[in-house]
Design a protein around this ligand. Structure first.
Ligand code: XMP
Length: 592
């Protein structure tokens, strides 16, 4: 192990981000780590005594107002414990209020791009950045009077205290968000804080962590063996590989549950990956018959998800019991990564848009009795990829698009009844409902099909017609749209096979053209719209995203779109090809 590696788990990071419940909290920690300095997240109210040793503290932005009852606070002692402190947005307001300044409660907010003017005179926080620069603002309240001994060092037209510093140059506050890409000098500002002001030294490179992670796995396992459920995704595969290296092949077992809802060739792909790892304790469990039986005749998206969740629990329990993996000489391995370890306060009370998680009772028991090893629990996704690369895992595996646990089931839409297509505004209302999200609430509404490929028009139409949450463009079809109708259809083996083929065609063409590298994810959806000979249609849903929370529909090259469409229309049973023009919000990425 090289000497410039970070603190092993459990030791003090150089920078600690105090989480006040903002969505940007993980982004801040990730940006600091990208600068080569190890950062971790703690609850904002962590007592100063538990933070000693950190060279820098960053108080994150948060959704609350400092005047809200029960809003997050910090221990005032953090301002005099010797560490440099940077308050961002809500963090700056909290700093101001704690030290005797005043915060003005805003009626309407300031969201989006603004221009920051830096005050005259050298200032280490803004060193090397323009005197007037673009920044990203997202706030309602603002600092009205800085605490005694502080001075304002930057401001915008509408926000006088855009940034402030104390006399000693150890406490800084900024109203804008340096951690987001829309603040172009943000990286430099954070780097100034971390290196010039806090005096941190580079100590973080994920791949150097491998030996420490492996020795931690051995410590936790303490002679016992590890059992994993793997998905074929990046996290579980990297975590499994680390355990294999740490404990040896004989002590690591894994199971992949084939639900029958996977993409074409997926089970073979996963088998090949694990064979190439030299893992002998890896098995595929074919559970497809049970899954398909349980889902037969079910149309409602949430019921589908629940049934899939329950079926997973049943199969996992059975595997654990059959293999005696709950016995005392076994512990459970999981590929949990840092954002799942630390759930930021912001998401705690979110409306249920879609059911994602389910718990196996046997697994809960293992967790409760501390028989759990999570080798990646302090790492971000990009860091996991870097470690995977260092371990020699195949590049195509590490760069795979995310794929939802319930698989093709949530991309194969069903209908209980038949319904005609109807005229609506400039297009046709397709009576197939899909899930959306508006103002943090779930919607479930039909789709409007239009002729053009215009994203702006799509946005306008959704505002204009409150009964829809999605707009698609009709790309090509074997019948005129008004001749098509929605027919009763469920999650049959035949329809799944149809979707699997369509998905494979799209994947092949997007890989060939390099389009797959321009998108974050590319769901292909089957909807029960067509004619009696060709009862289904395909929807293409290429999107850009950072974390799946929000997403933009990606503009596709027309020639590629046409090539895909003409191949798709040759698939048995496919009548039309549509292209989803809707961003998230108001639509979700998946249709169910
Ligand atoms: P939505 O459709 O909610 O999707 O905009 C956001 C991201 O989450 C993925 N997704 C899932 N992932 N289990 C998963 O592991 C699920 O049940 C699930 N549902 C959606 C989706 O593919 C997208 O990346």
């Amino acid at each position: 192990m090289t000497t410039n590696t970070a603190a092993a788990p459990g030791t003090t990071p150089q920078v600690i981000v105090l989480d006040t419940g903002g969505q940007y909290c993980h982004l801040i920690a990730r940006k600091i780590r990208e600068l080569g300095v190890y950062a971790e997240i703690r609850p904002s109210s962590t007592p100063a005594a538990q933070l000693s040793g950190a060279k820098g503290l960053i108080i994150s932005g948060g959704p609350c107002s400092v005047y809200d009852e029960g809003s997050p606070t910090v221990d005032p002692a953090i301002f005099s414990m010797g560490a440099a402190v940077l308050g961002i947005c809500y963090g700056q307001q909290l700093m101001a209020l704690s030290l005797g300044g005043r915060v003005r409660k805003g009626e309407k907010g300031e969201y989006g791009l603004a221009f920051l003017e830096i005050a005259e005179g050298a200032n280490p926080l803004f060193a090397g950045t323009p005197a007037r620069q673009q920044i990203w603002m997202s706030h309602r309240d603002a600092v009205e009077k800085v605490p005694e001994g502080f001075r304002v060092i930057a401001g915008t037209d509408t926000c006088e205290a855009g940034a402030m510093v104390d006399t000693l140059g150890r406490l800084y506050g900024v109203q804008f968000h340096p951690e987001v890409v829309h603040t172009p000098a943000g990286r430099r500002i954070l780097s100034n804080f971390v290196f010039s002001i806090c005096g941190c030294r580079p100590d973080w490179e994920p791949k150097h962590q491998i030996p420490a992670i492996e020795s931690r796995i051995r410590e936790v396992a303490a002679g016992r063996s590890v059992f994993f459920f793997v998905s074929g995704g990046v996290d579980s595969t990297v975590a499994y590989t680390l355990c294999l290296r740490a404990l040896g092949d004989a002590k690591v077992h894994g199971a992949y549950v084939d639900t029958g809802l996977m993409r074409e060739g997926e089970t073979e792909y996963v088998k090949d990956v694990f064979a190439s790892l030299g893992s002998h304790g890896f098995a595929v469990e074919d559970a497809s018959t049970g899954f398909l039986r349980a889902l037969s005749g079910v149309c409602d998206p949430e019921r589908k998800r629940h049934i899939i969740g329950e079926q997973f629990v049943r199969v996992q329990e059975e595997i654990l019991e059959r293999g005696h993996f709950l016995d005392s000489q076994w512990i459970l391995g999981q590929g949990t990564i840092y954002p799942d370890t630390i759930e930021s306060g912001g998401s705690a009370n979110a409306d249920l848009i879609k059911t994602h998680h389910n718990r196996v009772p046997g697994i809960s028991e293992l967790i409760a009795s501390n028989r759990l090893v999570e080798p990646l629990h302090l790492l971000y996704k990009d860091e996991v990829r870097e470690i995977g690369r260092e371990l020699g895992l195949p590049g195509d595996l590490l760069d795979r698009h995310p794929f939802p646990g319930p698989g093709l089931a949530i991309r194969c839409l069903c209908s209980e009844s038949s319904a005609p297509v109807e005229r609506l505004g400039p297009g046709w209302l397709i009576p197939v409902r899909s899930v959306g999200v508006q103002g943090d609430c779930r919607t479930y509404m039909p789709v409007l099909s239009v002729g053009g490929l215009d994203h702006d028009q799509a946005r306008r139409l959704i505002n204009e017609y409150p009964g829809i949450n999605r707009v698609v463009a009709a790309v090509a079809s074997q019948a005129e749209i008004p001749e098509m109708k929605v027919c009763p259809s469920d999650l049959s083996a035949q329809r799944l096979a149809r979707l699997r083929r369509a998905d494979a065609i799209v994947r092949e063409l997007s890989a060939e053209s390099g389009f797959d590298r321009q998108v974050w994810q590319f769901p292909v959806v089957l909807i029960p719209l067509g004619t009696s000979e060709r009862p289904d249609s395909v929807v293409l849903r290429p999107i850009h995203s950072v974390d799946g929370m929000t997403a933009q529909s990606v503009t596709m090259d027309v020639e590629l779109l046409q090539r895909m469409a003409s191949k798709l229309l040759r698939v048995e049973g496919i009548c039309g090809v549509f292209y989803d023009l809707t961003h998230k919000p108001p639509a979700t990425i998946e249709w169910e």
